[in-house]
Design a protein around this ligand. Structure first.
Ligand code: NAD
Length: 489
């Protein structure tokens, strides 16, 4: 049975193909359009308007014009808009999921998980909108009341990647709007449709004109340059690769912008000698195949104690071999295509380099013939320390397994990278878990489980994986200033 045509039509109907600026949908002044390709079929799904410098300027001007009135809107009113947006997405969850699958490739069930996770940021921040509390204190020497009040940071530029085209948008827009900030969203050029559909939902939910702009671009730098240089802009929130994040931090420096940076990862998945192998293998499959392996918090490198390494790799290979690979909209498919041919080439190059480094290909290691950017699920055994694949962000369904002798060695090797987003630890030894929590240089730790993303949890990294946190009460802080009021008594 092939993909469901009716579902495809309904999904595509969710997404406008023009730019949302100042509450109006319209084309780019240049008339430029950007083709959006289905990575499972290589067919063009839609052509969306592609903004440039003029649209960047128009979007920040329209946002700045309503920044003060939006900041003054009662928190409950802002919350109601977010709550309605949550309900609108949830009511059409399957269509939103199909839209994600169509433009990005992850299987429908996985995409449905993204829709639920993504919509939850609107519900969570609808609940948090009324909780932007300040504090009071008395100065230690007396004579002065110290009072803090919270204010929205101001107009924000939000830049999102292609791997979670809906959830990365809602994870930023939710707290921004809850805090009273206006925003311009620049979605990834490969996957603008889900973000445009989120823009439409927010308009339908009652977001006033100008409060949210959604502007796909052909050249991100051309569109974002004038926005980043505009004195009205107060914050940049970026999710994407570390090199682009570094360049944007430099671009944000002259304006001394508040920045939130959710950057690349290279998550260690450590299986200690006493681990429950069934639990570890199941968690490995989940943490590696979610979003087709294209997740910043995907398990990247499997460090397995030498007493278990062969058994773990063999069982993981059996599970990977049994995965059903295909168009994510087809029933039963567990792994879809990679997002682009370039992404597939990058993954294939890493596997070839690992082979040359002496790794053993236990399953996969190649791409199936035919249309679509598919890459077969791959397990590499006996990967020698020092192989490049162990310290590269793979971003595909490839699991390199390497063995270690001691906890000291595992932690030292896991920490020997310049990024630190997520880490996975498998052991029944509480003291060892506590040691990992103290010593693993990552921002998030999953203990005896697979992915742990949750709208109520602070998502983010250390080292070159970024600055700040998204989700939970911490996510709201990113969009708030603290103003201190001194009142002599
Ligand atoms: P990318 O850095 O290539 O692009 C991210 C976004 O930045 C896109 O919208 C892109 O168009 C835009 N962009 C690129 N150059 C720009 C410029 N000069 N000015 C303004 N915008 C620019 O990343 P990607 O390939 O879309 O996404 C994959 C990366 O994202 C991976 O490294 C992954 O780890 C990371 N990621 C991180 C998180 C997190 O929360 N830490 C979540 C998802 C993805």
């Amino acid at each position: 049975m092939g993909p469901n045509r009716e579902l495809i039509d309904k999904a595509l109907a969710l997404a406008p193909t023009d730019l949302l600026i100042g509450g109006e949908w319209g084309p780019a002044a240049s008339g430029k359009r950007l083709p959006v390709v289905n990575p499972a079929t290589e067919e063009v799904l839609a052509e969306v308007a592609a903004g440039g410098r003029a649209e960047g300027r128009a979007a920040i001007d329209a946002a700045a014009a309503v920044a003060k009135s939006w900041a003054r809107t009662p928190p409950r009113q802002r919350a109601d808009i977010l709550r309605r947006a949550f309900e609108l997405i949830t009511a059409r969850a399957e269509e939103f999921a199909a839209l994600i699958t169509l433009e990005m490739g992850k299987p429908l069930a996985d995409a449905l998980g993204e829709v639920r996770y993504g919509a939850e940021f609107f519900r969570w921040y609808a609940e948090e909108a009324a909780r932007a509390f300040g504090r009071t204190a008395v100065s230690p020497e007396g004579g002065l009341d110290i009072i803090t009040v919270r204010r929205p940071v101001g107009p924000c530029l939000l830049i999102t990647p292609w791997n979670f085209p809906l959830a990365m948008a809602t994870r930023k827009i939710g707290p921004a709007l809850a805090a009273g900030c206006v925003c311009v969203l620049k979605p990834a050029s490969l996957t603008p449709l889900s973000a445009l559909a989120v823009g439409r939902v927010l308009v339908e939910a009652g977001a006033p004109a100008g409060v949210v702009a959604v502007v796909p671009a052909e050249s991100s730098a051309a569109l974002c340059g004038p926005i980043l240089a505009d004195p009205a802009l107060r914050k940049l929130s970026f999710t994407g690769s570390t090199p682009v994040g570094q360049a944007l931090l430099a671009e944000a420096a002259p304006g001394v912008l508040r920045t939130s940076m959710e950057l690349g990862g290279c998550a260690p998945f450590i299986v200690f000698a006493d681990a429950d192998l069934d639990v570890a293998v199941a968690a490995a499959v989940a943490a590696k195949t979610r979003s087709n392996g294209e997740a910043c918090n995907a398990a990247n490198t499997f460090y397995v104690h030498e007493s278990l390494a062969e058994a773990f790799a063999k069982r993981l290979a059996e599970r990977f071999r049994a995965l059903s690979v295909g168009d994510g909209l087809a029933p039963g498919v567990e792994l879809g295509p990679l997002v682009s041919d370039r992404q597939r080439r990058d993954v294939a190059d890493l596997v070839e380099a690992a082979r040359a480094d002496g790794a053993e290909v236990l399953t996969g290691g190649d791409a199936p013939a035919g249309a679509g950017f598919f890459y077969n699920p791959t397990v590499l055994g006996r990967v020698p320390p020092g192989a490049a694949i162990l310290s590269a962000e793979i971003f595909g369904p490839v699991a390199p397994v390497t063995s270690f002798a001691t906890a000291d060695e595992a932690l030292a090797r896991a920490n020997a990278v310049d990024v630190g987003l997520a880490g996975y630890v498998h052991t029944r030894d509480l003291k060892l878990i506590q040691r990992c929590v103290r010593e693993l240089e990552v921002g998030m730790i999953a203990v005896n489980t697979g992915p742990i993303s949750n709208a109520a949890a602070p998502f983010g990294g250390v080292k070159r994986s970024g600055l700040g946190r998204e989700g939970g009460p911490e996510g709201l802080e990113e969009y708030l200033e603290t103003i201190y009021v001194g009142l002599p008594t």
